[in-house]
Write a protein that binds this ligand. Structure first.
Ligand SMILES: *[C@@H]1O[C@H](CO)[C@@H](O)[C@H](O)[C@H]1NC(C)=O
Ligand SMILES: *[C@@H]1O[C@H](CO)[C@@H](O)[C@H](O)[C@H]1NC(C)=O
Ligand SMILES: *[C@@H]1O[C@H](CO)[C@@H](O)[C@H](O)[C@H]1NC(C)=O
Ligand SMILES: [Zn+2]
Length: 481
């Protein structure tokens, strides 16, 4: 993989014995909390902005009713924002652990992550990625609040059908990256923002120029310690220069997940390592007396599931029905994206492939279904972009698509990119800081909610997006009266 790329799935996954995952079922509808109404209008937003920082008994009672659980706080005085003691303005530190599947936090003694959980607010069970559950689409949804169809990063790599240009993970031209990422929102309001890696952070947008003191060009070889220490140094700046938003990205445990699958001891080791990095960060903030003032949001972009060669679907097997040319294929697995040339009817191609898959004569054919993008389930929000290829194949959990049997990978590894309703695709969310109740659990939610959550904490008016306007109130402590 190119050194300038973020980690994503490799096409040659390795060895581990296939884990039988007890949580294979699709979510029940009650588990899918993000079905709240989503409307974004600037008018509504400003109204909300005012109410979020007025503490009303009603709002508190509402939040308490919704989220009280055995672990909820019982002391009402703790139901209010804790005032800043050292910082002059709210600061959000947004940390991504790539591929941190929900539940990894129980694999080892992750003392530092658990410290954030026990004194913070956690999504239980987990944070729901957007579809496709891939690294770039999800990281950019987290910072824009938009589904990939609206923020433009519809895959880790794709071809623009009108210009023919190719997007890759090292494409930094602003035309690819739609929407308004958080760092742009922050600097548009005259505040500082800093990024130590995040997909899209090197792209110049609005008043965000990726300034060298606050923005780093992606280099996966930069040791994690160096990333943490650089960020800690920002807290030694004069108060008014301390960035309001800081992002921090770690490639692990995604890297190990692809190579060995989610149930390998290598994952446990990687988790202990990232937990130590969180510990280093907490210690540095404590040393500077700002740990309780800073809002730490720890999350991931997606989960991970084991996949093995015996779960492969080979496109060559479709030949008696249709010849799917390799140059029609924009991505193979687990998101099969096909853009046939214009002389072919996409509807016919879908029909032929589905005939083949359901014939009983294609190996694992029953584990994939092809759709015209406009016919995909609406909950995937994966059609409203000219960049999304006409034909999308949805693959069952843990299955993979390959051109032919000659493509030999290692036997078993891990993958993500599947339907975001699979529990295995979920990741972690923990918020710790003045606006987060200690020891609270909130229901699972989709990561498009995070943009509004962070602009609420920073008291900024955000750009229109796909998050719900009522979400921040349901999770955050109200500002003090
Ligand atoms: C949680 O916060 C309290 C202060 O509010 C502190 O005394 C306690 O040590 C913290 N617990 C952990 C596990 O960090
Ligand atoms: C990437 O980071 C490593 C470790 O800090 C450094 O040695 C290397 O020179 C960097 N590469 C580039 C292209 O900056
Ligand atoms: C998502 O947000 C964008 C920008 O506000 C809007 O154009 C689009 O209709 C929204 N889509 C959904 C499904 O809410
Ligand atoms: Zn990822």
């Amino acid at each position: 993989m190119a050194s300038t790329s973020f980690s994503v799935q490799t096409s040659s996954p390795p060895t581990t014995e296939e884990a039988s995952n007890p949580s294979m079922a699709l979510l029940s509808s009650s588990d899918q909390s993000p079905s709240l109404p989503r409307r974004s209008s600037p008018f509504l937003f400003s109204t909300l902005l005012i109410t979020t920082c007025i503490s009303t008994a009603a709002a508190m009672a509402f939040a308490f009713l919704l989220f009280s659980s055995p672990t909820s706080i019982s002391n009402p005085s703790k139901l209010q924002v804790r005032p800043l003691t050292k910082l002059s303005h709210p600061v959000v530190l947004l940390i991504s652990l790539d591929g941190f599947r929900y539940g990894y936090q129980f694999k080892a003694q992750t003392l530092n992550i658990h410290r954030l959980i026990s004194n913070g607010t956690e999504a239980e069970p987990g944070l729901i990625p957007v579809f496709p559950s891939l690294t770039f689409p999800n990281h950019y949804s987290i910072v824009t609040g938009l589904y990939p169809a609206y923020h433009g990063i519809i895959n880790n790599h794709f071809t623009d059908p009108t210009s023919g240009e190719v997007f890759s993970m090292s494409s930094h031209e602003p035309t690819w990256w739609l929407g308004e990422p958080l760092w742009e929102t922050v600097v548009n309001h005259g505040l500082n923002a800093a990024t130590f890696f995040w997909p899209g952070s090197e792209v110049k947008k609005g008043s965000w120029f990726c300034p060298s003191e606050f923005c780093h060009h992606y280099n996966g070889s930069v040791p994690f310690e160096q990333r943490v220490d650089t960020i800690l140094n920002y807290f030694d700046l004069p108060n008014n220069q301390i960035p309001s938003l800081v992002t921090l990205y770690f490639e692990d445990p995604d890297h190990q997940g692809h190579q060995f699958g989610p149930d390998d001891p290598a994952i446990t080791e990687a988790i202990l390592h990232v937990d130590a990095m969180i510990g280093r960060l907490i210690a540095g903030l404590e040393k500077r007396g700002v740990f309780e003032d800073v809002t730490l949001i720890l999350l991931g972009d997606h989960g991970m599931v084991s996949n093995c060669d015996k779960k492969a679907i080979f496109l060559d097997d479709l030949a008696p029905w249709i010849d799917v040319h390799s140059d029609w294929i924009q991505s193979l697995s687990p998101l099969l994206a096909i853009a046939p040339p214009s002389e072919f009817s996409a509807a016919q191609v879908v029909k032929k492939i589905n005939e083949a898959l359901s014939s009983g004569r294609v190996n694992n054919g029953e584990h994939m279904k092809m759709y015209l993008k406009e016919d995909l389930p609406e909950r995937l929000h994966y059609s409203e972009s000219y960049r999304i290829p006409a034909i999308i194949g949805i693959v069952d959990e843990g299955y993979k698509v390959e051109m032919n049997r000659k493509q030999s990978g290692k036997d078993c590894g891990g993958a993500h990119g599947y339907d975001n309703a699979y529990f295995s695709m979920r990741t972690i969310f923990v918020g710790h800081g003045p606006r987060f109740a200690k020891g609270r659990k909130v229901p699972a939610f989709e990561n498009v909610e995070i943009y509004n959550l962070i602009t609420s904490i920073l008291n900024l008016e955000g750009a229109p997006n796909n998050g719900s306007l009522t979400f921040p109130d349901s999770v955050l402590l109200p500002c003090s009266a």
